[in-house]
Design a protein around this ligand. Structure first.
Ligand SMILES: *Cc1c(COP(=O)(O)O)cnc(C)c1O
Length: 407
């Protein structure tokens, strides 16, 4: 077996650390139960750069697994900017933003991000997970009301729990249900939270209608655009550009490790919102600033995102090609117009079997199981990228058809 091929060494180490005689036996039983339900998660080892064609555990594959929607994760211009950034700013930031880790590269990037999405201010975070935790816990507290779509990302749900605000979840994009909840609220502060593009379904939230409800009931609207930033909108400005909406009520969050191809995230909003986050967002304050070389790479990435509209056009044509190519299969494709194209398989066992069979054909597509998605809706999450070409998509379609025939 090639190096890094199995998870065995890791398991062997774990069992040495956890002798059977200890109460860790509970963990072994829990793990066995996950295994029995086909819910055990395993990691593959990527041995090439992230791209459409990858080397995994010593074998070549075409991969439909990344959120690198514009194919920028290994772009030579970003690599060069990161190297140059390391030469001028060093590797580590060495301190948090509020001590002395906030470099001129971070500063310039925040200005460039705010301009890019036409909002007054932007604040950088090290990851999207941290941005959501920091923003929500800084803006709401006990006795406030938070209204959240049931299919929101896990980091948003965790953020609300940590804030101790009342957590009111509404059925996926059910505006009538949301309006009933808003109308019944007498909280001091109300915050509606939504993914802009739902990460496991690929559909786009009705942001203008959500904003109208927020105006009517005097609520804030937090939009998590992890999968829209760079991809949606004429210039890649994301969901707000896509819909042509702007409002001082909107708190916008986007990640920089997906279409932007690097790492990190930002929250954008009015002056007061950002000033409050700098004072109160614990995941901003109590952590080391991200390596400034990442900010250098992101400045290069932003330029490319804004200028190279051909990447978004190519992605759109690949999405259309895939949808036509797998229409009418036994497994339904969910209604999505974005780069996230989920194929619902159903049971955990079946999704693992189909995913493994595709890998035999040299095509990697991740199987997504509960609790990431509701039970019984295990799915292949096909994600397309401007790094793919038409042959890659044809290869996926052919492999899916063969696996369908054989099963
Ligand atoms: C990926 C993702 C995040 C987390 O971003 P990271 O930078 O990967 O931590 C947050 N929200 C949504 C909707 C995401 O898809």
């Amino acid at each position: 077996m090639p190096a890094g091929c199995s998870t065995l060494p890791e398991r062997a180490l774990t069992s040495k650390l956890n002798p059977r005689s200890m109460s860790f036996d509970d963990l072994a039983a829990d793990l066995a139960a996950l295994d029995a339900d086909n819910l055990l998660r395993q990691r593959r080892t990527l041995e090439s750069a992230q791209s459409a064609r990858v080397v995994v555990d010593g074998r070549d594959y075409v991969a439909f697994c990344s959120n690198d929607y514009l194919g920028l994760a290994a772009d030579p211009r970003l690599i060069e900017a990161a190297c140059e950034g390391a030469r001028t700013s060093g590797v580590g930031a060495g301190a948090s933003h509020l001590i002395l880790g906030h470099t001129s590269a971070h500063y310039r990037l925040e200005i460039a991000l705010a301009q890019f999405i036409h909002m007054p201010r932007a604040l950088l975070f090290s990851t999207g997970y941290m941005a959501n935790i920091g923003a929500v816990t800084a803006l709401v507290r006990r006795h406030d009301d938070v209204f959240a779509d049931k299919l929101n990302h896990a980091s948003l749900n965790d953020a609300v729990l940590l804030s101790r605000a009342n957590f009111r979840r509404y059925a996926h994009v059910d505006l009538a249900a949301l309006e009933r909840l808003l109308a019944a609220s007498s909280a001091r502060r109300k915050l509606v939270i939504t993914d802009a593009v739902f990460s496991m379904d690929g559909d786009i939230a009705p942001v203008p209608a959500l904003l109208r409800l927020c105006e009517r009931y005097d609520a804030w609207l937090l939009v998590d655009d992890a999968h829209g930033f760079g991809v949606l909108g004429q210039t890649g400005g994301g969901a707000l550009e896509h819909f042509g909406v702007a409002s001082p009520r909107i708190i916008y969050m986007a990640t920089l490790g997906k279409a932007a191809g690097v790492a990190g995230a930002f929250v954008a909003g009015d002056e007061d919102v950002i000033d409050m986050l700098i004072q109160r967002a614990r995941t901003y304050i109590y952590t080391t600033a991200s390596p400034p070389l990442l900010a250098h790479a992101l400045l290069a990435s932003l330029e490319i995102i804004g200028r190279e509209t051909g990447r978004r056009q190519l992605l759109a044509s690949l999405i259309a090609r895939l949808k036509i190519g797998i229409a009418g299969m036994r497994w339904p494709l969910m209604a999505s117009d974005t780069a996230i194209q989920p194929l619902v398989i159903g049971s955990n066992t079946d999704v693992m079997r189909v995913s493994a069979a595709l890998a035999e054909h040299g095509v990697l597509v991740p199987a997504i199981r509960p609790p990431t998605v509701p039970a019984g809706t295990a799915r292949l999450r096909i994600s397309l990228s401007a790094a793919h070409n038409e042959e890659d998509v044809t290869r996926l379609i052919d492999a899916l058809r063969q696996v369908e025939r054989a099963s």
